[in-house]
Write a protein that binds this ligand. Structure first.
Ligand code: HEM
Ligand code: MG
Length: 299
């Protein structure tokens, strides 16, 4: 996989056991130069932490008027045949800060916030974490079917020859879990919801795999081609409110939106994702994470 433009370093740095998410809107009346100066200060390298930046469609158009990735668009509210909705909370800029040490990540969060404080308002400020087995708060392992090695680039990175090559289309969605309801299900019923076994994390097969399971809704092939995306979600929250901050990268925005439509029951087969009975999407945004050189060119 020969890419002349490289993704920002944070993209492939795993596992990122500690993460922090900042979504911000630029304040009115700030010059482009003022915004770029602030972003450049915000992203200054710190030890053992990755500070990756991504932009909403409007913000990218403003900072880089010469070109934009073909499919970049603001996230719009999605309404499902299943009666559930995915709200839109599109903002201008997204900082994905992650590393293995929560204290180092926090130092970076403070640096970013201090650099941005005069030019932007922070509308999402969320800490995420991962345990050793990468089990989410439902107790299921999250990320198993993710592409590995160089396959991550095929799934996540806009290919050579397209505008934005070396960058990614990104979806972030904060999902709140209703664990009391989920935990009232038997383990067997929970496995039907997810589509894998809980303890051993084995994918259900054949008739044992419900078409309404989360894996059935999101494991998509179009014309024989697996619509793989690269997920870097983490759990978040505390005792009262908690869930998954879903974060995924794709070479093509359709890969993501097709999965969302299938979860919502909008794909024509009459099935929707039973995961949505136990989790509610609270935010939703599409971002463009430019390659390192495209980011450098703007800042
Ligand atoms: C698979 C959890 C939202 C896309 C999985 C798995 C779990 C999980 C436990 C199985 C293990 C794995 O392969 O990672 C959740 C939770 C969510 C959520 C708790 C929110 C409450 C989403 C959303 C999307 C998505 C919004 C798509 C935009 C996928 C994909 C797979 C997957 C592509 C792999 C399917 C396969 O090829 O086997 N998720 N997920 N997930 N999820 Fe999610
Ligand atoms: Mg599969």
């Amino acid at each position: 996989h020969a890419l002349s433009a490289l993704p920002q370093a944070g993209l492939l740095a795993e596992p990122g056991r500690s993460a922090h998410y900042l979504e911000m809107n630029f304040n009115p009346g700030i010059s482009d130069a003022g915004i770029c100066r602030a972003l450049d200060r915000a992203r200054q390298a710190l030890p053992d932490v990755y500070i990756a930046l991504a932009f909403g469609a409007t913000a990218w158009q403003r900072l880089q008027p010469a070109w934009q990735p073909a499919q970049l668009q603001p996230f719009k509210e999605m309404v499902g045949e299943n009666g559930y909705t995915m709200p839109a909370t599109q903002r201008d800029v997204f900082f994905w800060i992650h590393g293995e040490d929560q204290g180092e990540v926090m130092n970076a969060v403070l640096q970013v916030h201090d650099a941005m404080r005069d030019v932007a308002v922070t509308l999402l400020d969320l800490n995420g974490f991962k345990n050793r087995e990468a089990r989410d708060l439902t107790g299921f392992v999250d990320g198993t079917a993710n592409p590995k090695g160089d396959k991550r680039l095929d799934a996540a990175v806009i290919p050579e020859g397209e505008a934005g090559a070396g960058g990614s289309y990104v979806l972030s969605q904060k999902w709140r879990h209703h664990l009391q309801a989920f935990n009232q299900l038997s383990v067997h019923e929970q496995e039907q919801v997810i589509g894998r076994t809980k303890q051993d994390n084995v994918e259900l097969e054949g008739d044992a795999m419900p078409p309404t399971s989360h894996v059935s809704r999101t494991d998509v092939k179009i014309d024989g081609v697996g619509q793989k995306i690269y997920r870097r979600s983490t759990p978040y929250g505390g005792a009262e409110e908690h869930g998954l901050y879903f974060l995924a990268f794709a070479c093509n925005l359709r890969r993501i939106s097709v999965q969302l439509e299938r979860m919502l029951g909008n794909s024509g087969d009459g099935y929707s994702d039973h995961l949505m009975k136990y989790s509610t999407a609270l935010t939703g945004a599409y971002w463009f994470m430019p390659s390192q050189s495209d980011l450098d060119a703007v800042l």
